[in-house]
Ligand binder design. Structure first.
Ligand code: G6P
Length: 610
């Protein structure tokens, strides 16, 4: 949610900032801007996609070897040029970019306005620029004024500030929104909302903690707590390379990431399957067997697609590890007053590791003294660092805003966790081995599903004009129905609903007529026969039926309009195989409708505001 980048070094900043912003555009794309310092302050900003800013910069490149850049996902104020970041002081001596929300902005705005400050934008961010200006005493370094101002704001932020009054530095700070420093060669430094922003310059990164601020100067950086005490923050190495965040010949990141699934699934399982023991080796949780042994109940909390993975995980953990599980939207969990007794493990699932609601739910659980665990993709992210222990997905960076490979990796990570917990409880070695074998076959089976790409493109062509879609599934396939509907909505803007197949008759059945495409998830599993009956019910009402099955399904011959066959596996892992065709269906429908697949309107990849 909003991307931040900063650069200080020997090279011209504008092109480096732009390259960084391109890598961060998935975080927001309502408007973008940069500010550089070269004697004076040069600010260029444009509403709309980054390409508009790129054109403006190409026409008249702002000079300077120090600068900051921002790509916005609007919270306060429409996505206009005036609301775009950077925001500047009236004297044009301070420029600031911000990711997050200042909750007491209105109070501060009123106080500053009373003192004569004029506001140009509707943003909460502008308040902080004027506040820094107001509190900055002559001769003081910029960081002192920034720190003083930050002590007065409430809410979440990642910020970067530059000023003509103290020109050879960038001051950055974070509280609730991600921020890191990239330590480049020859004393150059970058700041970024995530590692993608800095990876062209360096693989050495320093993650700031909440409540940290840092000063980036030519040749070095210093990190402090907001109270002013200097602290040391370790340098980490980014393990993936640039190729991982480039399209590699695919038309869209979403398609690339769908096709990466055989290898991302290999990666999540690499070195973790114990064939003989029918068990999983999970380095991140192995040292916590004692705590995990005392777990009596698990609360899985997540948002969006990660919540759907959580639902699949909940079914697996209850069925195979025999642990009671509830799966909660993080945004609901954080404001309820749930009964959290001892022995409850709170498991946060997040691709980005930065989703504000998931993080808040996690912190609430910690406040109540519960053990917390994460299943996270982004290494070094806040959720990964704040949980007591966890499992990394190792799926590589996911850039497409609609999650694909992270979702299937999350389900496999949950299967590994289920194996681990199950084998220490009720799961026999034979059952464990069966699961290990099925997991081993999974990447190859996903490859087989991907071979259906052309078939799904054709199918998308037949339904790209539909106004509504219904996705129905039972048991393990119910979360797949939710995810299939979400994917279609997100990227193609066709309204879609996911529903438990049997619940259909309590409402959605009223919608069914010859214009309603209904996707049935009907692989061979214990509820297959029941789903076939539900298909009959839709058929009787002339619905157009697309059935995803896991074998020949002769019972369905003549009853459905389209049959999509995926390979068969054990029911807990079938969601991985039945999801892939739904991803492709959504992708092709979106492309055919001319939608911007990688940057769907109004969405952002990493939602770091409430
Ligand atoms: C946003 C993204 C979704 C994602 C959700 C949760 O809404 O667009 O694709 O599932 O956030 O994100 P997380 O990073 O916590 O998995």
């Amino acid at each position: 949610m909003c991307g931040i980048v900063g650069y200080i070094g020997d090279a011209e900043a504008a092109s480096i900032l732009l390259a960084g912003l391109k890598r961060l555009e998935y975080r927001g794309y309502d408007s973008a801007g940069i500010a550089t310092l070269d004697g004076g302050l040069h600010v260029v900003k444009r509403p709309g996609k980054l390409s508009a800013l790129e054109e403006a910069i190409a026409e008249d490149p702002p000079a300077g070897t120090v600068g900051i850049g921002h790509t916005r996902w609007a919270t306060h104020g429409a996505p206009t040029e005036v609301n775009a970041h950077p925001h500047t002081s009236a004297a044009a001596d301070i420029a600031l970019i911000h990711n997050g929300i200042f909750e007491n902005a209105e109070v501060l705005r009123a106080q500053l306005a009373e003192e004569g400050y004029t506001f140009r934008s509707e943003t909460d961010t502008e308040v902080l620029v004027h506040l820094i200006h107001r509190l900055w005493e002559d001769g003081e370094p910029l960081e002192d004024a920034v720190a003083r101002a930050l002590r007065l704001v409430e809410g979440a932020y990642g910020i970067a500030v530059i000023s003509t009054r103290d020109p050879d530095k960038i001051v950055v700070a974070r509280h609730g929104s991600p921020l890191l420093i990239g330590v480049g060669p020859d004393g150059s430094l970058m700041a970024g909302s995530d590692a993608a922003a800095v990876v062209e310059l360096t693989r050495d990164v320093v993650y700031l903690d909440d409540g940290d601020y840092a000063v980036l100067e030519r040749g070095g950086y210093r990190t402090y707590r907001l109270e002013g005490v200097e602290v040391d923050r370790t340098v980490h190495q980014i393990t993936w390379d640039l190729e991982a965040i480039e399209k590699g010949g695919y038309e869209h990141f979403m398609l690339k990431e769908i096709f990466e699934q055989p290898s991302s699934l290999e990666d999540v399982m690499r070195g973790r399957l114990l064939e003989e023991e029918g068990d999983a080796r999970l380095g991140g949780i192995a040292d916590h067997q004692f705590e995990l042994g005392r777990v009596r109940r698990i609360i899985i909390t997540a948002c969006g697609t990660s919540w759907h993975a959580g639902l699949v995980g909940g079914y697996m953990l209850e069925e195979l590890a025999r642990i009671p599980v509830s799966v909660e939207y993080a945004s609901e969990f954080r404001y309820r007053n749930p009964v959290l007794e001892e022995g409850t493990l709170v498991l946060a699932i997040s691709q980005s590791g930065e989703t504000a609601d998931t993080l808040a739910a996690l912190r609430e659980a910690k406040r109540r003294g519960l053990t917390t665990m994460g299943i996270v993709n982004a290494v070094g992210s806040t959720i990964a660092r704040e949980t007591d222990f966890g499992i990394y997905l190792h799926a590589g960076p996911e850039i497409g805003v609609a999650s694909t490979k992270a979702f299937t990796s999350q389900m496999v990570a949950l299967a590994l966790f289920t194996l681990f917990m199950g084998r220490r409880r009720h799961l026999s070695v034979v059952q464990g081995r069966e699961m290990v074998h099925a997991l081993r076959r999974l990447p190859g089976q996903v490859q087989e599903v991907l071979a259906l790409n052309e078939e799904l493109k054709e199918l998308a062509g037949a339904y790209a004009d539909a106004r509504n879609f219904l996705y129905l599934g039972r048991g393990y396939q119910f979360p797949v129905a939710l995810e299939g509907a979400l994917k279609l909505k997100e990227v193609s803007y066709i309204h879609a609903e996911g529903y438990p197949a049997a619940e259909m008759k309590h409402g959605p059945i009223a919608l069914i007529d010859e214009n309603m495409p209904v996707v049935f998830l009907a692989p061979r599993d214990p509820v297959y026969g029941k789903v076939v009956s539900n298909i009959e019910e839709v058929k009787a009402r002339q619905g157009r039926i697309i059935a995803v099955v896991s074998d020949d399904a002769p019972e369905l011959a003549g009853k459905v309009d389209h049959l999509i066959r995926v390979p068969h596996t054990i029911p807990p892992l079938l969601p991985v195989l039945t999801t892939v065709p739904l991803q492709l269906l959504a992708y092709h429908a979106a492309v055919l409708r001319g939608a911007d697949v990688d940057q769907p309107r109004n969405l952002a990849k990493s939602v770091t505001v409430e």
